[in-house]
Ligand binder design. Structure first.
Ligand code: NAP
Length: 286
């Protein structure tokens, strides 16, 4: 199978690239905006034709959640228009589209884990543009899997873990919100789950939505404390409320995703968040 990965320089793209090295049954094509701008339908069509793409894993996105509030058109081009372009191209080439989406499609007013078919109600430009991208893919008739994830981190790029480790080196004390609950996800684990899903392709019907995060759920404050502890930082972490830390984009207060569907479908055991955080910090420090 020829697999196209878009947004290949991002956190998830890089982790897929590491796994692709060991995956000899597929041929992988890694691209990012400099080699394939997914908002350009002609470029996407050329890439699919030239490489006879059978699966496209769309890791490309506009992920600057607060900046998106000021740049809704740019966010919509990447998060809504581009998935539609990819879906149309996949339909034409009978290819499978794996679209990565987000917990921010939910409003965060829930009190129990969100199921894959719970109604979406995004509260931010980022969340709305991703939810629209999902909708257009579902309406396109192409073969698809939409995989929602949350609180992604890795050794590369900008993420909460790296920010906390940096603050741990430069500050004696920091304040972190303790009233937003979610599921940290090591991009490496998500990449492995996508490969596991792919290896089931052909055996099961497509047109499915999944949730994947690490197991367990915590607040950003809990997460920051664990990062400082495991990173060997002495920086004190103080719990604060969302009201004390205003941001441009509204974040869901509760965005825990139910994982039962992906566990059953891909027959996988998902690591707990702390276990994966230990491994990522070890990798950052190595
Ligand atoms: N990060 C999170 O906490 C989080 C949480 C939930 C869901 N997700 C979703 O998970 C997926 C992967 O996230 P990530 O953290 O790996 O993202 P990321 O690190 O921000 O990587 C996204 C990549 O897409 C590229 N890109 C932007 N516009 C593009 C275009 N027009 N054509 C091709 N590539 C383009 C970006 O390039 P530039 O850097 O040059 O813009 C970047 O390399 C995304 O769908 C995201 O919405 C992420």
């Amino acid at each position: 199978m020829n697999i196209l990965v878009t947004g290949g320089y991002g956190q998830l793209g890089r982790e897929l690239e590491k796994l692709a090295v060991c995956s000899h049954e597929h041929q992988w094509f890694f691209t990012d905006v400099d080699t394939l701008d997914i908002t350009d339908p002609d470029a996407v069509e050329r890439c699919f034709s030239e490489h006879r793409i059978g699966v496209c894993i769309n890791c490309a996105a506009y992920t600057a959640v607060d900046k998106a509030e000021d740049e809704p058109e740019i966010a919509a081009r990447v998060n809504t228009l581009a998935p539609q372009i990819l879906a149309k191209t996949c339909l034409k080439h009978n290819a499978l589209l794996i679209q990565i989406s987000t917990d921010y499609v939910f409003d965060g007013n829930g009190t129990s884990p969100y199921q894959v078919d719970d109604p979406v109600n995004p509260q931010s430009v980022y969340g709305s543009t991703k939810a629209e991208g999902e909708r257009l893919i579902r309406e396109s008739d192409c073969k698809y899997m939409i995989v929602r994830t949350a609180w992604l981190y890795s050794t590369t790029g900008k993420n909460f873990v790296k920010t906390m480790l940096m603050l741990g080196d430069t500050k004696d004390e920091i304040n972190v919100v303790n009233d937003q609950r979610g599921c940290p996800t090591w991009a490496h684990d998500l990449a492995a789950a996508l490969v596991a899903l792919l290896n089931r392709n052909g055996e099961e019907p497509v047109h499915e939505t999944f949730h994947f995060t690490n197991e367990g759920n915590i607040t950003w404050y809990d997460f920051a404390c664990a990062i400082m502890e495991l990173g060997g930082k002495t920086c004190k972490v103080n719990p604060i409320t969302t009201d004390q830390y205003p941001t441009k984009a509204k974040r869901p207060a509760y965005s825990v995703l139910d994982l039962s569907k992906i566990k059953e479908y891909a027959d996988m055991k998902i690591p707990f968040w702390r276990e994966s955080l230990v491994k990522c910090i070890l990798e950052i420090n190595s």
